[in-house]
Design a protein around this ligand. Structure first.
Ligand SMILES: Nc1ncnc2c1ncn2[C@@H]1O[C@H](COP(=O)(O)OP(=O)(O)OP(=O)(O)O)[C@@H](O)[C@H]1O
Ligand SMILES: [Mg+2]
Length: 1206
């Protein structure tokens, strides 16, 4: 059971069942929930249930980040190797070692790793000293050769497009660079490549520059290590490409280069047009190749040919042959029937003529050669016609024959230029480095004879490779004194034996059948089956109709299609064609067909088949290789799309399998796959044994290794210790790794424990001190708060106690005072009462006396009147007695007397009524006064009553008016007797002490306090400076403005010119009424009081004071007028109030009310100005002018004074 943690790397086996699927590396993302979430190398997420946990197994630590030498991988299997390559490829590292093999993954992009600097870096370095590189291989080849005086070879294999040719070229360049001669021969060797590539490479779907032949370049070095020459061996050129190309593929580059680059005259001479004109070049529907420049390539080919000593004539002849091939390809055949036999004719066309003329043969001969076949039986020659298909086949065979031989001739020509045969002088030794750029193992859907040859070659190379690797292993074990007898490995010898070594092998059977006149593909297959059906490496067809047979190669089973085998193997040209060539006048074509022409018909029949030729050259190659020290380069193609940074896992696994690299691994696994140098081992596993010091300070590394390994694995286990290394089996390494993991985990846990403990402790201490601090602060705060509460409680308690005490004292005192007061009041009242009583009694006595006297006087007056009346009656009676009888006179006198009495009585009654009326009126007056006394004083009314006369007289000066209300009686003349009587009767006022006021004279005050030349007298012009000193500039200006207003109010200064009448209706209302309306109203008083209270309460608060001031001003200057509004505004602006340019003073005339408002407003609300306004007004009184305005000014003084006092 694997215990996983987040971040662990695992192998994830998806078990898809696909042939090339291997476990993929993945990292654990989540594992705490029931399921495990992993993210694989491809970036896909997988959820794995615990039941499927067998699908995952931990990755060996060496596989996590990749290693340079894959032999070191703990997971030495396909998955491990693939992941290692992937990790490095993703980091653009394309080279990796597997032991002595260099694995090169095609980057499909130009990497900056092939510079001269890199060449210098890799020169003369051991493998492993520097990161893996193709230069390291080349360098080792070169220096091994020089050091060991032994030939070297480098076997570069891989699929088409994997980078074999590029690697070969890189090695060649490196060797040329480090051999350092820059010689002509060196140049020639390098220039061979473009020619070979032009004639032997073509664009295929797998590779735009695919080598369609195998080659072995043997580079020869002299004693000093300089390139002395080279020899090129070519294998199995794909001739069929000249006649057929698959879709999107091209013919050999040379055709396209020639058609693009050849001079027009030359082209005309050869009858050539464009590539699209030739059916041999357009079969793949592709005449252009991206990334290739056919034009410049052609000039490189020509210059390379020159370097390689191709003569002009030869170049020209080559072109002629190539042109004739193209023309041949354009020949058209028509079907005919002669004597019931299928026949054909070649349509006469310019192509035929040109082709014939280029080959310097008769067109007729060409036609005959292509449409008939001559058979010679028993000395007789018989000509049979050919069908169209057969005709086309003959033509294609002819063309292939020409091209194949041309290619061989070119290689020979190059070799003639670059090859120097070894000198016969005995002392001179020559060493070589061979570079084998050969097609890798192939397994297509349909595999033909070529694939058999290729795979046969690869079987040989694999055998060579396996033996070499095993030998290396053996060497290493020997070197390290390790016993290795029991190591076994399987190789592909059986398969090789079946294909080519043992009697009746597959190649020899095919060969034999090819030479057998009646041999067909079917008879060949039959023979193969009957011979090898029991061989485990052979798979016969499933039934008799099947034409495919299978061979188990080292890289897997391949099924070959037997049809066409013999034809391809024979690879011979018909005698007619040879005859045609023979008839040619062209020496060059004759030269390339020289061998065929020289042979007789019979010999030609017995001439070696393709397979036997190939086998022979392969044997030679293997012989050459076997005496060399080999290096292996395995090229891997990461994707089929020729794209950089794209890694196709299945494609790569397939190539890894076909590369035979797994064999190395198997061999290694069979022995001791894991090996560590002592230092590495000690450093890696010393953790398993406490007290073991690091390797660099260890004296006895071997002994320490022994100790560790015996302690961990046991003495008798199958591990071995060599001279410099320790050799372990896989499971031992696994065991050691597990133990190491455990030990490290323990240590890690210990470190974590301590670190966490330290962290937690530090954290705890910090928290604790923080908590203590908070507690301290909190407790302090709480105590202070409680103390404050208690303190205030005690203060309250004290206050309550004291208040109680005071209250009790107070009540006692109050009671006593009340008592005292009561007594005093009683006493006083009684005293007053006594006084009053006495007074009342006196008043009563006087009043009664007065009443009695008045009654007495009235009675006396009545008696007087009555006496007067009686006297008158008597006088009348006397008078009448003379006129009438006494009686009558008496009666008459009596009647008149009675009349006078009645009149008197009436007068009496009248007087009494008047008195009653008078007393009633007085009583009412008294009652009214009593009522008024009860009511609050209406100052407005009072002022109105006082100043009402001003309104009546109008604003115009010098007009008399009525006296103010309440003063009317002053103007009434006193009523004679009554007034006299009252005055007489009124008790006299007490005398007051007269105070001497001469000391407080205004003139004296003015002389003392007034500024400048100002005197106490009134002047009728504006003041230059205020009367009193004011600190504030605003106050100074306001003082001057007030004076101007006073002057205007007095009429001593004219109003400004502006004649706009302010008609707010205020003119009709008496001025003082208006003032009192604003200033004297009860509401105003109340508001004023409120504001004052407010002002007192927060007298420190300036802002509030300002608002109070504002309200006061707005209350004072309540009347709506533009001027007052402005004054209000300016006043409310406080000290910023500047009267300069005051619109009220300068803009327009103002009403008296406005002036009053202004004066009073300033006088009252600017405290500093109150005295000023008062004094200014007072000076007015010191004038001779006794007009009404003076009186008004007096009122104002009174008003301001009262305001001041209030
Ligand atoms: N080391 C490299 N750096 C950059 N590009 C490379 C490298 N190796 C190969 N390539 C690219 O891959 C292409 C194919 O390489 P190359 O012709 O060597 O393949 P090959 O193995 O010889 O194939 P074939 O068997 O078809 O001849 C090259 O044309 C080049 O673009
Ligand atoms: Mg190639």
């Amino acid at each position: 059971m694997v215990i996983l943690q987040q971040g662990d790397y695992v192998w994830l086996d998806l078990k898809t069942g696909r042939e090339f699927d291997v476990p993929v590396g993945a990292v654990v993302k989540l594992c705490d929930s029931g399921q495990i979430q992993v993210l694989d190398d491809e970036g896909r997420e997988h959820w794995i249930s615990p039941q499927n946990a067998t699908n995952i197994k931990p990755i060996h630590p060496t596989s996590i980040h990749g290693v340079e030498d894959m032999i070191r991988l703990g997971d030495l299997n396909e998955a491990g190797i693939l992941r290692n390559l992937l990790i490095r490829y993703n980091e653009r590292v394309i080279y990796t070692y597997t032991g002595s093999i260099l694995v090169a993954v095609n980057p499909y992009q130009l990497l900056p790793i092939y510079t001269p600097d890199q060449i210098r870096l890799y020169t003369n370095r051991k493998i492993g000293e520097m990161p893996p590189h193709i230069f390291a291989i080349a360098d080792n080849c070169y220096f091994n050769m020089k050091r060991n005086n032994k030939d070297q070879c480098c076997i570069i294999s891989g699929e088409s497009g994997a980078g074999k040719t590029e690697s070969t070229k890189l090695i060649l360049q490196f060797l040329a660079a480090i051999s350092g001669q820059h010689s002509w021969i060196e140049q020639q060797v390098l220039e061979a490549t473009p020619i070979l590539e032009a004639f032997g490479n073509a664009k295929t779907i797998r590779n735009d520059n695919s080598s369609r032949f195998g080659k072995y370049i043997d580079i020869h070095f002299n004693k000093r290590g300089a390139i002395e020459g080279a020899k090129i061996e070519q294998y199995l050129l794909e001739k069929s490409r000249v006649c057929r190309q698959a879709h999107d593929e091209r013919n050999y580059h040379v055709f396209y280069c020639m058609l693009r680059g050849m001079a027009p005259e030359m082209k005309a001479k050869l009858g050539l047009g464009r590539a699209t004109d030739y059916s041999y070049l357009t079969m793949g529907n592709c005449t252009e190749c991206d990334g290739r420049d056919d034009l410049s390539d052609y000039s490189s080919i020509l210059s390379a040919m020159k370097v390689l000593m191709f003569t002009e004539t030869e170049s020209c002849e080559i072109s002629k042959l190539l042109a004739s091939i193209l023309h041949m390809g354009n020949l058209r055949f028509e079907a005919r029937t002669y004597d019931n036999l299928d026949a054909c004719v070649v349509v006469r066309s310019p192509d035929l003529v040109t082709a014939a003329s280029l080959m310097e043969v008769e067109p007729k001969d060409v036609m005959v050669c292509l449409t008939t076949r001559t058979l010679i039986t028993r000395g007789e020659s018989v000509t049979t016609p050919l069908s169209v298909e057969q005709g086309l086949d003959v033509r294609d065979a002819f063309v292939k024959g020409i091209y194949g031989r041309l290619f061989v001739w070119i290689v020979e020509k190059i070799n003639a230029a670059i090859y120097r045969p070894p000198s016969c002088e005995s002392g001179i030794i020559r060493r070589s480095i061979g570079l084998l750029d050969i097609f890798g193992f192939e397994n297509f859907v349909v595999n033909s004879f070529e694939q058999l040859c290729i795979n046969f070659a690869n079987e040989n190379l694999q055998q060579f490779f396996v033996r070499h690797v095993f030998k290396l292993e053996q060497e290493e074990y020997n070197l390290e004194d390790i016993s290795w007898q029991h190591i076994e490995f399987t190789d592909n010898q059986d398969a090789l034996d079946m294909i080519a070594n043992k009697p009746m092998n597959i190649i020899s059977l095919i060969d034999e059948e090819s030479k057998f006149p009646k041999g067909t593909d079917a008879t060949m297959l039959y023979k193969l089956n009957s011979q090898h059906k029991l061989n485990s490496n052979y798979m016969p067809p499933k039934n008799s109709y099947e034409t495919q047979f299978g061979i188990q190669h080292f890289a897997g089973m391949v099924h070959y299609e037997s049809r066409g085998f013999l034809e391809k193997n024979r690879d011979s040209l018909h005698t007619d064609i040879i005859q045609l060539v023979h008839s040619s006048k062209n020496k060059f074509i004759k030269q390339i067909f020289q061998a065929d022409v020289a042979m007789g018909v019979e010999t030609r029949k017995r001439s070696p088949t393709l397979s036997s030729q190939f086998k022979r050259s392969l044997e030679m190659l293997m012989r050459t290789l076997s005496v060399c020290q080999p290096f292996f380069v395995r090229c891997i193609k990461p994707n089929e799309l020729k794209k950089p940074m794209l890694f196709d896992r299945e494609l790569c696994i397939r190539q890894l399998r076909y590369s035979g690299m797994m064999e190395t691994i198997r061999i290694r696994r069979a022995g001791y796959p894991i090996r560590y140098s002592f230092a590495e081992f000690v450093d890696r596993f010393r953790v398993l044994m406490p007290g073991v010091k690091p390797a660099h300070i260890q004296a006895d590394l071997r002994g320490t290794c022994m100790q560790i390994v015996s302690a961990q694995l046991g003495k008798h286990e199958d591990w071995q210790i060599g001279k410099t290394k320790i050799f372990l089996k896989d499971h031992h390494d696994m065991q050691l790794e597990i133990e190491r993991d455990k030990a490290i985990t323990d240590k890690v846990i210990l470190i974590q424990k301590v670190a966490r403990g330290l962290k937690a402790r530090t954290n705890f201490l910090r928290l604790r001190s923080a908590v203590i601090f908070i507690q301290k602060v909190w407790r302090g705060y709480r105590s202070r708060k409680n103390y404050q509460i208690m303190k205030s409680g005690f203060i309250r308690l004290q206050a309550v106690c004291r208040s109680r005490k005071f209250y009790r004292n107070y009540r006692i005192t109050r009671h006593r005072i009340t008592l005292l007061q009561a007594r005093c009041r009683g006493f006083l009242i009684r005293q007053a009462f006594g006084r009053r009583l006495r007074a009342v009694l006196t008043i009563q006595a006087y009043t009664r006396g007065m009443i009695a006297r008045r009654l007495c006087q009235r009675l006396r007056a009545e008696r007087q009147h009555r006496l007067e009346a009686e006297r008158q009656r008597l006088a009348e009676e006397e008078l009448l007695r003379n006129q009438m009888t006494i009686r009558r006179a008496k009666a008459e006198a009596e009647r008149k007397h009675q009349e006078r009495l009645n009149q008197l009585a009436q007068q009496q009654e009248e007087r009494e009524r008047e008195e009653k009326e008078e007393s009633r009126r007085k009583k009412e007056l008294l009652e009214q006064m009593e009522r008024e006394k009860e009511q609050p004083v209406d100052h407005s009314d009072m002022v109105d009553r006082m100043f009402g006369f001003l309104g009546d007289s109008g604003p115009l000066p010098n007009k008399d008016g009525q006296g103010p209300a309440g003063f009317e009686d002053l103007e009434k003349t006193p009523r004679g007797e009554e007034a006299e009587e009252v005055l007489n009767e009124a008790p006299p006022l007490p005398d007051e002490d007269e105070e001497d006021l001469s000391e407080y004279k205004f003139s004296k005050f003015a002389a003392t306090y007034f500024q400048g030349v100002s005197t106490h007298t009134y002047i009728r012009r504006p003041l230059k400076q205020p009367l009193l000193f004011h600190e504030d500039e605003g106050d100074q200006l306001a003082a001057l403005a007030v004076w101007i207003t006073v002057l205007r109010f007095m009429g001593d200064l004219p109003e400004p010119k502006y004649q706009m009448v302010i008609n707010d209706g205020s003119e009709k209302i008496p001025v003082m009424t208006k003032i009192y309306e604003t200033l004297g109203k009860r509401t105003y008083k109340r508001e004023l009081q409120e504001l004052q209270v407010e002002g007192e309460v927060s007298s420190t608060d300036t802002q509030k004071r300002n608002s109070v001031r504002h309200k006061l001003v707005s209350l004072t200057l309540k009347r709506k007028s533009k001027i007052t509004e402005e004054v209000t505004r300016r006043l409310t602006e406080g000290s910023d109030y500047v009267l300069q340019g005051n619109s009220m003073l300068e803009d327009r005339p103002t009403s008296n009310l406005e002036k009053l408002h202004f004066i009073i407003g300033n006088g009252i609300l600017r405290p500093a100005l109150r005295s000023e306004a008062l004094l200014q007004s007072k000076t007015k009184l010191n004038t001779d002018d006794k007009s009404v305005e003076s009186f008004n000014i007096g009122d104002m003084i009174y008003f301001i004074d009262t305001q001041e006092k209030s």
